[in-house]
Design a protein around this ligand. Structure first.
Ligand SMILES: [Zn+2]
Length: 345
């Protein structure tokens, strides 16, 4: 009986926020790991594979220009994939894997780069009206487990992936100091160089965030610092609303509001808004590829929908900026979104 009441409440809330409530088999409910299972990371794209892929695509795709914006602590080149047809067009930046163990958004971003090379009429039209910048795997050393500290207690049985850069810095707490070469390169050669209007900062959260028992497939958050310009906040709310409308209308998408709103000026979602006036959202997807704390690790079984979710987020927001519909997007879709719950024992 109790369960039924909760279900009805959920449906009512979601209906009021414009959600389509889908039935069984949706989303977030993909399996997570338990101590009897092994976590395999072998299917994740390695840094080398990514570098080869980007170089190959840049040769193949006329619209794509590849720029090396700097190097990691361990000397890995950091790549910016640029689609800039007209500097006067609105520009969006998609940033993935500041945290090296949050990998699926990179997979989705690489899929999107492949898609942009399809040469279809729609893709050409899109690229004539929006500039797209994609910076995948900012923390390449952490993503490869190539760091100056032990990862023995991490769960994966293959290659380890860690949140931190090689010197154990958290890149997403470094956007004021810019002490890490990775964040320095991002600020100097991307944020300070291109006129960026919008940005999605992709992350992964734990596996157990839910809403009345239904696991979420992700969560979004706009800048929270009180000094962020109100127009920048409005653009961020619209960007979030576009993403929500598209992902939550799919059967597998259940994205709510992030449950730890923070005004920390060192995190990207506040820093980019404050320092550059960029309308930015934090987009957290469910479950990490590796971690020492088991409830954060999703393992490989839900990779498919998470990659699709990242891809969809990029596709929906690029299209809305290109066709101008982001201007009239209804920010209340985001405003009315419930906050997910952090449900750990
Ligand atoms: Zn993260």
């Amino acid at each position: 009986m109790k369960k039924r009441i909760l279900t009805l409440t959920l449906s009512a809330v979601l209906a009021s926020t414009g959600f389509a409530v889908s039935g069984a088999g949706a989303v977030g409910n993909g399996p997570d790991v338990n101590s009897k299972q092994t976590v395999q990371t072998a299917m994740l794209t390695t840094y080398e594979e990514m570098a080869d892929f980007l170089k190959k695509e840049a040769k193949k795709q006329n619209a794509l220009e590849l720029e090396i914006i700097g190097q990691t602590v361990k000397g890995r080149d950091l790549f910016l994939a640029k689609y800039i047809s007209n500097p006067a067009n609105p520009t969006i930046l998609y940033l993935t894997q500041q945290h090296g163990n949050e990998a699926m958004a990179t997979e989705g971003a690489l899929d999107y780069i492949r898609h942009l090379g399809s040469g279809s009429k729609k893709t050409k039209e899109l690229l004539e009206n929006v500039n797209i910048l994609i910076l995948p795997m900012l923390n390449a050393d952490g993503a490869m487990g190539d760091v100056n500290f032990p990862l023995d207690n991490y769960m994966a049985s293959g290659r380890h992936l860690t949140r931190f850069n090689a010197e154990r810095l958290d890149l997403n707490r470094d956007h004021v100091n810019k002490a890490a070469p990775e964040t320095k390169a991002l600020h100097l050669n991307v944020l300070g160089k291109y006129n960026i209007d919008y940005m999605i900062d992709f992350h992964h959260q734990g596996t157990q965030e839910d809403y009345f028992g239904k696991l979420t497939s992700g969560s979004v958050l706009t800048p929270q610092h009180p000094s962020v310009d109100s127009e920048v906040v409005l653009g961020s709310r619209k960007l979030a609303s576009v993403l929500l409308n598209d992902i939550n209308s799919k059967g597998w998408g259940f994205v709510l509001k992030y449950d730890e709103p923070s005004a920390n000026v060192n995190v990207a979602s506040n820093a980019m808004a404050l320092q550059y006036g960029i309308s930015v959202i934090l987009f957290e997807m469910r479950g990490m590829a590796d971690h020492s704390y088991e409830p954060y690790v999703l393992g490989q079984k839900s990779n498919g929908y998470l990659i699709k979710q990242a891809y969809t987020a990029i596709d929906a927001t690029s299209k809305a900026i290109a066709d101008g519909s982001i201007i009239t997007a209804d920010p209340s879709v985001y405003d009315n979104l419930p906050e997910q719950h952090y449900s750990y024992d």
